[in-house]
Design a protein around this ligand. Structure first.
Ligand code: BG6
Length: 490
């Protein structure tokens, strides 16, 4: 049975209250937390946006969103009413100082309770909203501000946002979201590495041959195409989610789970990432874009068709070879790939150990494969350890890989909470461990920027791949050059 610790009374203001994130992720997450009794007293959720909506209009929008986004058997009128009673709506415009009165009035009704401003808006509004809160004396000691990704477009814009927000909020009040850090299986990485002594002696060069991280999506870009076309897969997925996964796999053991202990170790990994220079781009990076194809027998259009036929060099797929320049990981490459419209939604981290140094088995049965530890993030979250075993039989000595396979859902038998449920509760509790610190975000941008600049200066081409495949052929070549292949072999 999961243990739900109630959070203190709070006021949560969601800026961008009618947007996709608020409707698709935040409201369903709050529904579950209210249902499980974690939200107490007269805690309030205040939707804020520019639209002139009445509270009833807003509630109707939220109800529709919950019915659309919750699992059918999860939506219950009684639970919805518990959430509904806490929700209010206020019109507010970041750029119009006079348009803050409504919010000021509402917030002044409560005493000095936890106040969280969740900015589910475009990053261009982060600075102005922070300023609006400060100018209207809404930033108290118990205030926090949550910044959604993307935090800027590059190092410079991220730096500017951090400066603007930093003028109004102290760093320990700023929560930068990377929702991958709230995923159960990502958290399990910490448990796997630091609550078991088995792996630590092997978790290094000498024992590990290489690491692969795949975050594959079968969906296309959909309604976000205009935004996405200016962004691409490297900024959308690698600079944040995948680098965070790399950090959790590669970091040294923190001395505790204290937020700065963990983040101090992660930043060291980011600082040790070898910059990918323009000279090495062609052998260490691959960009791809999907063309029309079929996913589970359903025909889907290509990226440029979705764009209305305009030409575009935006990558919807990226594969990279990363090197971490420190003692633990020297010469242990991390291969990463992510893309839209791939064959399936499938995300995993594979740690491949080295081959046995000498095989004692007869040559005809030599098929000794290196051990692999596979952490599945989605779907079917779990951990798998592949080992070699002898196939049963009276004669010969045939070997084959078998797996110790742990499915978290089968083992724990509970619903997996969405990452936003945990992240929202952590903000309300005032624990920034699962959020990115300013230096992490900036270091990740600096590293990503050099790749983006290199792609532009060397005019590295975007390879096409058919929707429903596992990406462009260059991605296989990337590993093939090193005598390796993506797993599972596809
Ligand atoms: C978001 C990206 O941050 O993560 C999206 O902007 C992507 O493009 C999404 O689809 C993937 O998240 P998840 O939780 O479905 O793996």
């Amino acid at each position: 049975m999961a243990n739900f610790i109630p959070v203190d009374e709070f006021d949560l203001i969601i800026f961008g209250a009618t947007g996709d994130l608020a409707m698709r992720k935040l409201m369903p997450a709050l529904y579950h937390r209210v249902r499980d009794g974690q939200v107490t007293g007269d805690s309030r959720i205040i939707g804020a946006s520019r639209g002139a909506l009445s509270r009833d209009d807003y509630l109707a929008t939220v109800e529709t969103a919950l019915r659309d986004h919750l699992r059918e058997d999860d939506f219950q009128d009684e639970e919805w009413h518990k959430l509904r009673d806490r929700i209010d709506y206020v019109q507010c415009d970041a750029f119009a100082p006079e348009a803050w009165d409504g919010l000021v009035n509402i917030l002044n009704q409560s005493g000095n309770r936890v106040r969280v401003a969740y900015l589910a808006t475009a990053p261009g509004l982060f600075g102005p909203i922070a300023k609006g809160m400060s100018q209207n004396a809404l930033v108290t000691e118990s205030s926090r501000i949550v910044l959604e990704k993307p935090l800027g477009h590059d190092y410079e814009s991220a730096y500017a946002i951090n400066e603007q927000v930093g003028e109004c909020f102290a760093e320990n009040q700023i929560y930068r979201i990377d929702h991958y850090l709230g995923k159960e299986t990502v958290q399990n990485l910490l448990a796997l590495r630091f609550a078991n002594s088995l792996f630590e002696p092997l978790w290094r060069r000498g024992s590990i041959d290489h690491v692969q991280i795949t975050v594959a999506e079968d969906l296309g870009v959909g309604g976000r195409i205009e935004f996405y076309d200016k962004v691409g897969a490297l900024r959308d997925m690698v600079q944040n989610h995948i680098l965070q996964l790399v950090c959790l796999v590669a970091m040294e053991s923190p001395s505790s789970l204290h937020h700065d202990a963990v983040r101090n170790e992660k930043i060291k990994v980011l600082q040790a990432l070898r910059p990918i220079s323009a000279d090495s781009l062609r052998t260490t990076t691959v960009r791809g874009q999907y063309t029309a194809g079929a996913i589970r027998s359903e025909t889907v259009p290509g990226y440029m068709e979705e764009l209305g036929g305009s030409a575009s060099a935006t990558e919807t797929f990226v594969a990279l070879k990363l090197e971490i320049d420190n003692w633990r990981w020297s010469n242990v490459p991390f291969y990463i790939r992510t893309g839209k419209r791939l064959k399936a939604k499938h995300s995993e981290i594979v740690v491949q150990f080295q081959e046995v140094p000498h095989s004692i088995f007869p040559e005809q049965t030599f098929n000794v494969q290196p051990n692999r530890l596979i952490m599945r993030l989605q779907p079917d979250e779990g951990v798998k350890l592949s080992l070699m075993a002898k196939e049963p039989g009276p004669g010969g000595f045939d070997l084959r890989p078998v797996a110790l396979d742990l499915s978290f859902e089968e083992t724990f038998g509970i619903r997996y909470p969405d990452a936003y449920e945990r992240l929202l509760m952590e903000v309300l509790r005032g624990n920034p461990a699962l959020f990115m610190r300013r230096d992490e975000v900036e270091a990740a941008w600096q590293w990503a920027d050099s790749i983006i600049e290199g792609w532009s200066s060397t005019k590295q081409k975007v390879e096409s791949y058919v929707a429903g495949s596992w990406g462009p052929s260059g991605a296989s070549l990337l590993l093939d050059r090193d005598g390796r292949a993506w797993l599972p072999e596809t």
